[in-house]
Design a protein around this ligand. Structure first.
Ligand code: ADP
Ligand code: MG
Length: 602
């Protein structure tokens, strides 16, 4: 939907920011300037050839009438027959020029834009999480695809075509003025008015066409939603409801489309009436001039042909202008991202993992998510975690448990207060150094399209096969992998098997085992496991936690009993801290939560 909207033609002029962005994008093409300029020269030649052929046609007519013609200046005995050789030569020449030109422009467009696309991807992948959250993923993807595609087609098609039309326009005008100045003046007094009016009308028609596209897009959104939520639609027996929604959207589209059709019909009538009317007037005037003023028939023929060319050029200039405006918009959207600050420098070597010898500390940390500034996610959180500690964070969902971990991993640098590792602020480390030593087993695991083995090795690409299998065994992945057709090499995701939540979680645990981080974070890592597989994985996790600083976020309180320290979060604030026994004795929120869960179990 949004993509459609952005493609609608705009009116007006490009803004200053858009010009700057365009200059920036030009610099990518400029890397291939030799090809680009050669292409431009060849383009000028091939466009001029077209005019030359027109001129030659007129000369050939002269020759046919037995008059003097251009070839007799070079070869006195040349006649109409000679023209076939001249035309053949021109054709071959034109073929070579056109081939080379198209090749060169394609090269400039494809290589230059591929560089741009690579840089854009590199920029996006190095941005921080909050940027991605502020911009919808679909929007970013469309910058990488649709916007860049538009730039590419501008450089390899629109721009060359625009230049060609300008050459035809100016060259054509010059020739008709030389050949038939009076008639040209007459034509110039009427044709431009008609062309301008029809261009304005054309814009109007275009607006209707984009309205039709928008309403088509609305129908597509409905279809997309319905198909992607297919199971939900079925489960709620909502087929009729969806059908009705779609039917209404289609009806809407039809009524817009019919209006568009009528406007287009009026437009065509106008063109026939005025465009052809004025052309006929010019023709008639030309014929009169042949009769009374001695204008030659071949000059009139040339004049008519070139008038067609000039008219076509004017009309297409309007079109290209609209396309270029769209390109300016695309340029700006691309440049916006390229000018964003990234959280890391991909071109530099990966910094070494940080040292971690003593402790992690949160000191009076306040934080709200950039997308939800008004609601505090953490308020005045202070917490000390010593090396080797097993700290458990508990609390209702939405209390800020995951947020604490995300801050520690440096995902959101805009918090108030201090988070330190061994006394130094985490903001003083490159984010990569920190993350290399934090292993997070998240709440909801999303696997990449690839084999299970690839997914386990994600983040440890140099792990040996033996290490991967070992990790898979420890995380109890093997138990379900063995029944799959290709074992660890089974593909997962859209093109492969779908794993259950618990199976995915075990893959994520294997990932963490393989990574062997100094700080392990289990964010409700066993929440999707049934109790049988949980107890199996629990063993693996306990082994993994041994001699390792661990932060466990747990829903099931039975799993955190042995933690060095239990932290109770509530609405972003720490309410209680202590061991299982001391918290029970306090008879506060933790005590309440434990009682509640025990009652549910019973
Ligand atoms: P928990 O892990 O304890 O269930 P979270 O730390 O995920 O809770 O969330 C704390 C609060 O922050 C919740 O109100 C949640 O809605 C909000 N929140 C979490 N993630 C984001 C995000 N990426 N953007 C905006 N708000 C978020
Ligand atoms: Mg959470």
């Amino acid at each position: 939907m949004s993509r459609r909207n952005r493609e609608t033609p705009r009116r007006g002029r490009p803004s200053k920011a858009e010009w700057n962005a365009a200059r920036y994008v030009m610099s990518y093409v400029w890397r291939y300037r030799v090809s680009f300029i050669t292409g431009l020269i060849l383009l000028s030649i091939s466009a001029s050839m077209f005019l030359v052929v027109m001129k030659l046609a007129g000369e050939m007519a002269q020759a046919a009438e037995g008059n003097e013609h251009i070839l007799t200046k070079f070869i006195p005995q040349a006649g109409v027959e000679t023209y076939i050789y001249v035309f053949a030569g021109l054709l071959i020449f034109q073929a070579v020029v056109s081939y080379t030109r198209i090749y060169l422009f394609t090269k400039v467009g494809e290589y230059g834009i591929a560089d741009l696309r690579r840089d854009l991807f590199q920029r996006i992948i190095a941005l921080d999480v909050s940027f991605i959250e502020r911009n919808r993923t679909g929007d970013l993807i469309s910058r990488l695809t649709a916007d860049i595609e538009q730039l590419q087609s501008t450089f390899s098609n629109t721009l060359p075509e625009l230049i060609r039309q300008i050459i035809l326009f100016i060259g054509g005008l010059i020739i008709i003025f030389i050949e038939a100045p009076q008639l040209s003046l007459f034509m110039l007094s009427i044709i431009p008015v008609v062309v301008l009016v029809s261009m304005a009308l054309g814009m109007y028609v275009k607006r209707f066409s984009s309205k039709r596209q928008e309403s088509l897009a609305r129908t597509n959104v409905i279809a997309e939603e319905a198909f992607s939520q297919y199971t939900t639609v079925k489960a709620f027996v909502n087929e009729r409801f969806e059908m009705q929604r779609y039917r209404l959207a289609i009806n809407d589209m039809i009524s817009v489309a019919m209006k568009y059709g009528k406007v287009r019909a009026v437009f065509v009538v106008f063109i026939i009436f005025f465009m052809f009317g004025s052309l006929m007037t010019v023709l008639w005037r030309g014929a009169l001039m042949v009769k009374y003023d001695g204008l030659s028939v071949s000059d009139l023929t040339l004049f008519i042909l070139l008038t067609g060319v000039i008219g076509g050029a004017i009309a297409s200039l309007g079109n290209y202008y609209v396309v270029l405006l769209g390109t300016f918009g695309a340029t700006k959207r691309v440049q916006e991202i390229l000018s964003q600050d990234t959280e890391m420098n991909i071109d530099a070597d990966l910094p070494p993992p940080m040292q971690f010898e003593q402790s992690i500390a949160f000191q009076n940390v306040f934080f709200s998510y950039p997308t939800r500034q008004d609601i505090p996610a953490l308020e005045n959180v202070s917490l000390e975690i010593d090396k080797g500690d097993h700290v458990a964070i508990v609390g209702t969902s939405g209390s800020g448990k995951s947020t604490m971990v995300k801050l520690l991993a440096g995902f959101y640098p805009d918090y108030v207060g201090e988070i330190t590792i061994d006394g130094a602020s985490i903001k003083d480390y490159p984010v990569e150094s920190i993350r290399q030593n934090i292993g997070i087993v998240p709440q909801d695991v999303v696997l990449f399209g690839g084999s299970i083995q690839d997914n386990i090795a994600y983040g440890c690409t140099n792990a040996s096969e033996r290490e991967i299998i070992e990790a898979a065994q420890k995380a109890n992945v093997m138990e379900f992998v063995e029944s799959l057709p290709a074992g660890l090499n089974t593909m997962v995701g859209e093109r492969g098997v779908q794993l259950s939540g618990g199976q995915k979680q075990r893959v994520a645990i294997a990932r963490a085992i393989l990574k062997d981080p100094k700080i392990l974070v289990l964010d409700e890592a066993t929440s999707s496991l049934d109790s049988a597989s949980e107890s199996l994985v629990q063993n693996a996790l306990e082994r993994l936690m041994q001699n390792r600083t661990t932060i466990v976020i747990a829903h099931r309180l039975s799993t955190v009993r042995n933690a060095t320290k239990i932290v109770v979060l509530h609405h972003g604030k720490i309410e209680e801290v202590g061991s299982h026994e001391s918290l029970l004795a306090e008879k506060g929120r933790y005590h309440l939560m434990v009682e509640l869960q025990q009652r549910q179990m019973a």
